[in-house]
Design a protein around this ligand. Sequence first.
Ligand code: SAM
Length: 263
Amino acid sequence: MTQEGCLIIAGLGLHPGQCTLEARAALIAADIVFVQAGEADMLAWVRELNGRTLSLQDFYAGRATRLDAYAAMAEAMLAPVRRGLRVCAAFYGHPGVFVSPSHIACGRAAEEGLLVVMLPGVSAEDCLFADLGVDPGQSGLQSYEARDFFVHARQIDATAPLVLWQPIVVDEAALSGFNSRLGAIRALAAALMEIYPPSHEIILYEAAVRMDESARIEKLTLANLERAQFAQETTLYVPALRGPALSTSRARLMKRLLAEDNC
Ligand SMILES: C[S@@+](CC[C@H](N)C(=O)[O-])C[C@H]1O[C@@H](n2cnc3c(N)ncnc32)[C@H](O)[C@@H]1O
């Protein structure tokens, strides 16, 4: 009887200390591992667990666009599954958060009736909750990719915090169509200043990617955003401008419905 192949898509967290026990077990048990590690140390750690590990970073070389590379990664993950092998595709952070190849592979696997499971991981946003003391249960939360926020008419609620992922993508002038880095950042700052005053304090956040490091938490005003140094791993955190207002119309509605209910 031939073994049924499977694809396990696992999150690694931002450093090995955050890798879950189930993800670690999947890495060890796999016939082949594909990994997208944020850091060289993480790649080395995965290779220690399983010597049959290939880096997904190599798939970018020679491909015209990121989308081509993502499609090639998904295909590489699924090919051994069709041959009956156990494949583990491991991504830093959470494997379903801003990770296109994992979603492409999941979709294709489902179409083909292949066995696929996604194991969650500790994302950068999870680390942000811990390092910045943010509780979405108290404050609410809006979370967008920075370019998505910029190009779409998103309705931003200034009474809840805003997380902007991948501000570097706006920064990379070639991707955003601006001629200069400064032009792109100024455009992002201008979009934010349609909602918040220039004096509003924002945070450049980078979670620790090694167990012995601490996070980068740099505060600056929106007016000074153009001086910010964005790295690949920077996330922008915009605190709420003010607290939410109680809805008088909903209070009236509730009163009416309670009265009807008690009749
Ligand atoms: C392609 S996404 C990958 C997200 C990852 N899958 C996760 O679950 O955190 C890359 C973006 O995640 C955020 N990110 C990645 N590493 C980070 C870190 N160490 N600290 C803060 N944000 C980080 C940044 O916004 C970065 O541009």
